[in-house]
Design a protein around this ligand. Sequence first.
Ligand SMILES: NC(=O)c1ccc[n+]([C@@H]2O[C@H](COP(=O)([O-])OP(=O)(O)OC[C@H]3O[C@@H](n4cnc5c(N)ncnc54)[C@H](O)[C@@H]3O)[C@@H](O)[C@H]2O)c1
Length: 380
Amino acid sequence: MTRIRLGMVGGGNDAFIGGVHRIASRIDGHFDLVAGALSSTPEKARASAETLGLDPSRSYGSFEEMAEAEAAREDGIEAVSIVTPNHVHFPAAQAFLSRGIHVICDKPLTATFEDAEAMEKAVAESQALFILTHNYTGYPMIRQARQMVAEGALGKIRLVQAEYPQDWLTDAVETEGVKQAEWRTDPERSGAGGSIGDIGTHAYNLACFVSGLTGEELAADLQSFGAGRKLDDNAHILLRYEGGARGMLWCSQVAPGNENGLRLRIYGEKGGLEWAQEDPNYLWFTPHGEPTRRLTRNGPGAIEASTSVSRIPAGHPEGYLEGFATIYTEAAEAIRAVQGGQSREAVMGVLPGIGAGLDGMAFIRACVASAGDNAAWTKL
Ligand SMILES: NC(=O)c1ccc[n+]([C@@H]2O[C@H](COP(=O)([O-])OP(=O)(O)OC[C@H]3O[C@@H](n4cnc5c(N)ncnc54)[C@H](O)[C@@H]3O)[C@@H](O)[C@H]2O)c1
């Protein structure tokens, strides 16, 4: 098995998620990072490539330069990870998709809905795969929850409760040089959504992924508590799903004591399921009228849907990096399958792609429209 030659856009020195993507791409050994346009300025990009030990001839000052040069090489990159702020996702992805290079892009899909539609077109016109790293779908017990719901363990779904509270924007740290906060609170770089785009899209994606349901309409109350902040940092959202299920979604970046509190609870006619990202190796299952059961990753109660994406024995915690690695490993399998002649549609499996990205953008758009109209019910 040869490793897939990978490039990266963004993820320079001091960036957050680029380093996570690099680790995740290596965990199962499917990728080699061989090229990068790692930062917003050529100097920082070069310095970052040096830190990583990249071949200087494959360290580029911009993603445009990288796409052109790599596409012209016989041993050019086969896939690229895009880990920049949101407004760069579309132009960068387009540069690689148009050259047949597979794209692994972080969420949300784009900053604007117009860019999202342009991204959809760019994906449709390319032969390459587009994978969106909604990484929480890679956790073993989330895969198990999805399978259990699909097999009817909960019966018809009635309630989908999702929440994603954090506290790191409680103070206006965007004015104190925290660059992750600077672009996330800037509509030009983040888009129309603050917390709803940054973490609300993860929670909504997870709610749909596990429940198997599509959202139909929502009513959103958005707030900006941070002084001078232009985008929401807290949102309370009521949701109506297809088939009559009801749900709530709370996302917040101003809730002290919450670090990364993504949590999902789903209830049907026959039972309930509960999962929390900060304790991800357990799934709590309550068949109605019976005591709650703790299902353990790779342990008692685990089914193939979770054991097949689990790497170590029960009791040794797996978490964020491994869940992310599962997305990369499945992306590698999909890339090899396409290279072997299979159709794009046949190889995606449960990997989030352009459809999940567009759903996230529709979620942001509906939240903003609803909130602007005094939390009126708004179609998704
Ligand atoms: N899936 C997840 O769990 C998760 C977590 C965090 C962030 N994200 C997403 O990842 C993306 C990056 O977030 P972050 O927190 O790592 O941001 P960050 O600010 O830490 O890093 C962004 C990097 O992109 C670089 N960059 C900016 N413009 C560029 C350009 N034109 N060309 C090349 N590089 C450029 C910056 O120099 C920096 O290195 C965002 O879209 C965010 O929503 C996803």
